[in-house]
Design a protein around this ligand. Structure first.
Ligand SMILES: *[C@@H]1O[C@H](CO)[C@@H](O)[C@H](O)[C@H]1NC(C)=O
Length: 307
């Protein structure tokens, strides 16, 4: 009997240690291990068994969470399902920032979802700031090839000393290589990860034309499948992390180009009214430009104005 129990216990230990090795390798972590509420705690529901969390915005409050650790570089992923129905004005985010620690020279890397008006779609916006230079936004926006409110999809930020890549379901959608002239405008200080839902009626949908309508609320976003594969900040300053995925393979670049030519709806790199001299990291791609010109001839009238 003792022998039998001992064998059962031993088997259980093997099972537990095997699964925890898998967890460590893939670095999937739970909400409660890696994050804590930031504001609107009454609208945050964590599901321990799934490792997931729902954050909501209703008449009373918006809500958000942030990582317990600060990180120096890394790969950060979440699976996210966005609120359904009419969501104009609603903004849902997954981003890295250090604005609480460095309010005047903060860094930020953003994935922001902008709610949909009637007959419209959710839009994904990416952006980043470095050294508090918020006067120079580097926004891009994209449509998605699926309805992000129907199911969970994976969204990720990979951040290295001189690269940032954004991913949707494993497809790189934007890759930034630091140009020397960017100096401090490339994120380089430790950051926390955040997830938030808030009222962006002033700008989010149709440039602010379509406002949030609380009669469609409460608006609920569900986050799960967190991968926090970053180097926790050790208190003394940035240090290098080993990350082999910083440059894109040829195959990844092809996938990215295919995505951008089809789904990108805005890029600051081609917005010559805003930046007559494009910012130093911008890489000109004629097929991207033609695609954007077809969508918005007024904003991206590059070829007509040049020469
Ligand atoms: C949402 O934001 C807009 C613009 O700032 C504001 O007019 C509106 O009252 C806000 N709605 C709610 C429910 O807070």
């Amino acid at each position: 009997m003792v022998g039998f129990l001992g064998a059962v216990v031993a088997a259980a230990i093997v099972l537990i240690s095997t699964s925890s090795i898998v967890l460590v390798e893939s670095s999937i972590t739970t909400f409660s291990k890696a994050f804590k509420p930031l504001y609107g705690e009454s609208n945050i529901v964590s599901y321990e068994d799934e490792g997931s969390v729902e954050i909501a915005m209703d008449e009373a409050t918006s809500s958000g969470f942030h990582s317990k650790e600060m990180y120096v570089q890394g790969y950060f992923e979440t699976s996210l399902r966005l609120p359904e129905s009419y969501t104009a004005g609603v903004v849902v985010t997954f981003y890295a920032s250090n604005n609480q620690k460095y309010p005047y020279r903060h860094d930020e890397i953003d994935l922001e979802f902008l709610g949909r008006a009637r007959g419209g779609t959710w839009s994904l916006q990416t952006n980043f700031y470095g050294g508090g230079h918020v006067e120079r936004g580097r926004e891009e926006r994209y449509d998605l090839w699926f309805d992000p409110s129907e199911d969970s999809h994976r969204y990720a930020i990979r951040w290295g000393p001189d690269r940032i890549t954004y991913y949707v379901d494993g497809v790189p959608i934007r890759h930034v290589a630091k140009a020397p002239a960017m100096r401090a405008e490339f994120p380089n200080k430790e950051m926390r990860l955040y997830g938030t839902i808030w009222n962006g009626s002033d700008w989010a949908t149709g440039g602010g034309r379509y406002k949030m309508d609380m009669s469609y609320g409460p608006f609920v976003a569900k986050y799960s499948g967190f991968v926090m594969n970053g180097c926790p900040f050790n208190g003394t300053g940035p240090r290098d992390c080993v990350d082999r995925g910083l440059t894109l393979t040829r195959e990844e670049r092809l996938k990215m180009n295919g995505f951008r030519r089809r789904w990108m709806t805005y890029s600051y790199c081609y917005d010559i009214k805003r930046y007559p001299l494009s910012l130093p990291e911008c890489v000109f791609n004629s097929r991207e430009l033609r695609h954007l010109q077809k969508l918005h001839p007024k904003t991206f009238g590059y070829s007509k104005n040049s020469n």
